[in-house]
Design a binder for this molecule. Structure first.
Ligand SMILES: [Zn+2]
Length: 77
């Protein structure tokens, strides 16, 4: 069988509305299928989880930035 090299994102998805192939967008290890015509997004279940984890990580980063800002404020006092 030729399915040994199975990877995410190798299979192109067609938009069910526009019937055109959707563009693959890679966000770290998450592949999102985007229809450029109707801006429809397609995700697998586990891709949503990955995106959520990614969003959490990003917000944590933003938070830690805020913390370091307040810290420098305290220093300048
Ligand atoms: Zn579409």
């Amino acid at each position: 069988m030729f399915f040994t090299k199975k990877k995410y994102g190798e299979k192109l998805l067609k938009c069910p509305r526009c019937r055109i192939y959707m563009k693959k967008i890679k966000k770290e290890d998450v592949i999102i299928d985007v229809c450029e015509k109707c801006n429809g997004l397609w995700l697998d279940d586990h891709e949503i989880d990955k995106l959520n984890a990614l969003a959490k990580r990003t917000s944590v980063k933003a938070k830690s930035k805020k913390i370091s800002k307040t810290k420098s404020k305290v220093k300048s006092k």
